[in-house]
Design a protein around this ligand. Structure first.
Ligand SMILES: CC(C)(COP(=O)(O)OP(=O)(O)OC[C@H]1O[C@@H](n2cnc3c(N)ncnc32)[C@H](O)[C@@H]1OP(=O)(O)O)[C@@H](O)C(=O)NCCC(=O)NCCS
Length: 195
């Protein structure tokens, strides 16, 4: 076995990283928005493309829950945008939020996307774990999101469950009829998903 191969076998996969090993995840800032928009346009149909101002808004309100992960050559490979919010009341696509709840209990995952060239490498897993840990540390108890068409299976695999049907205006209809509102208890996700 070459030295290189020995080194490779010594490096644990992401799922086996000892707790305390920092993930390759960092907080986003406004300079990342052009890269983020590039990823967005590479994974979503045009009707789901939010303007940069929406991401400025989320970064201004909840930077703590907005993270990116590096792909090849140091480029942003994926991002997760989330913010404390009201349970059972997902924020609408394209919406600018005025303020966050004073005493939040819930994390709304606004967007998670990984560039097609970086998919299948546990980027989303790392982003999600990092964000959920922060939410748990902050005392939030539930998380939720609107899965765009085709994405629900990913969230089901992560332990989220479809919420009971909610109608507009509580369910933002600009996500489309096939979007699904999913929720999870952070305690359950911690048991089943976070090492
Ligand atoms: C969904 C998405 C974020 C996953 O990103 P990724 O970095 O490829 O995912 P990971 O490599 O971290 O995969 C983690 C696990 O989820 C599973 N997974 C990934 N995509 C999946 C899907 N569409 N359905 C079911 N499971 C999925 C993987 O198999 C993996 O499981 P494993 O660890 O047991 O092998 C990515 O495909 C994407 O950006 N899609 C387009 C944008 C989107 O739909 N985002 C969700 C918006 S609601």
């Amino acid at each position: 076995m070459s030295q290189h191969d020995k080194m490779r076998t010594m490096i644990p996969s992401n799922r086996q990283l000892p707790s305390g090993t920092p993930p390759e995840v960092r907080q986003l800032d406004v300079n990342d928005i052009p890269s983020l928009l590039n990823i967005q346009s590479s994974v979503y149909p045009a009707g789901y493309h939010e303007p940069g101002s929406v991401f400025h808004n989320r970064l201004a309100l909840a930077k703590r829950y907005c993270h990116g992960i590096h792909g090849q050559l140091g480029h942003l490979g994926g991002y997760l945008i989330a913010h404390p919010w009201h349970p059972g009341h997902p924020s609408a696509l394209m919406a600018h939020l005025d303020a966050l709840p004073d005493t939040p209990t819930h994390l709304h995952i606004h967007d998670l996307a990984v560039h097609p060239e970086q998919q299948g490498k546990q980027c989303a897993q790392r982003l999600l774990r990092h964000t959920l840990r922060l939410a748990i540390q902050a005392g939030l108890t539930t998380a939720g999101l609107v899965a765009v068409p085709g994405a629900a299976n990913y969230w089901l695999a992560m332990g989220f469950k479809p919420a009971r049907t909610i109608a507009p205006p509580l369910f933002p209809d600009n996500y489309g009829a096939e979007a699904v509102f999913l929720n999870a208890s952070l305690a359950l996700l911690q048991d089943h998903f976070l090492p």
